[in-house]
Design a protein around this ligand. Structure first.
Ligand SMILES: *Cc1c(COP(=O)(O)O)cnc(C)c1O
Length: 227
């Protein structure tokens, strides 16, 4: 895509964010799956806060080739335990942790590297069988377990809401996520700080912002349609 369109899209989303988030600080992450280094760097030049990748292999290749130019990059896709080595320590945040087994694998790798890895707990708020994420009722046990690992920190929650056909349709899911977020923010657990509520994509970020999101993940809205 034409680089000047990337800038215009980022500026439009930032203006929307200011309007819909009521003065709250919101991070803008560009979902960069399938996008090349030139597009990614144009998005950073236009003012995104982070890039987010979905596939461990694609991330590792782009990372090695300097596609992020040392900027903030996060992981937002399903991560298999046998791929954690490709990701842990190379990203600032793994948003898509959805089992204690995966959390344990991340903790082990982070311990090997002598670091602490920040993560989010992914919640399947629409209870969709084809989606990843913890069921809402599994979240408490997951966060309790996180207290037992010393090389990971859970910094909040992430969700991919059901696809909606009309504006505002997803607000009920975002509202449920916000409730999980504030209820757990009030709990005191080691290694858990409810700082980020990551929700909202190209089609529904305005509704997510209205319901309390402070981290939106935008792909097509910045870069245009994927092939
Ligand atoms: C691709 C992706 C996005 C962005 O989706 P768009 O609809 O293109 O904005 C956000 N979150 C995750 C987890 C993704 O995989």
């Amino acid at each position: 895509m034409n680089v000047s369109c990337i800038r215009e899209n980022v500026e439009k989303i930032k203006a929307d964010t200011a309007a819909f988030a009521g003065g709250r600080d919101v991070l803008l992450l560009a979902a960069t799956k399938t996008r090349g280094a030139e597009e990614i760097q144009a998005a950073f030049a236009a003012g995104i806060d982070a890039a987010g990748e979905n596939r461990a292999q694609e991330f590792a290749e782009k990372f090695k080739n300097g596609a992020y130019a040392g900027e903030n990059v996060q992981f937002i896709g399903h991560l298999q335990t046998n791929k954690v080595k490709l990701v842990v320590g190379n990203v600032s945040l793994i948003q898509s942790v959805d089992s204690v087994k995966l959390l344990r694998a991340i903790d082990l790798r982070a311990a090997e590297l002598g670091i602490s890895q920040d993560v989010l707990a992914e919640v399947n708020i629409g209870r969709e069988p084809e989606k990843h994420g913890l069921m809402p009722e599994e979240l408490t046990a997951f966060l309790d377990a996180a207290a037992g690992f010393s090389n990971v920190r859970v910094l909040g929650l992430m969700t991919v809401a059901p696809k909606s056909d009309s504006t505002g349709e997803n607000r009920q899911y975002f509202a449920k996520m916000y409730k999980l977020f504030i209820d757990n923010r009030a709990e005191k657990r080691d290694n858990v700080v409810m700082k980020y509520l990551s929700m909202g994509m190209s089609g529904d970020y305005r509704a997510a912002l209205c319901e309390g999101s402070n981290l939106i993940r935008i792909g097509t809205g910045i870069f245009g349609p994927r092939q």
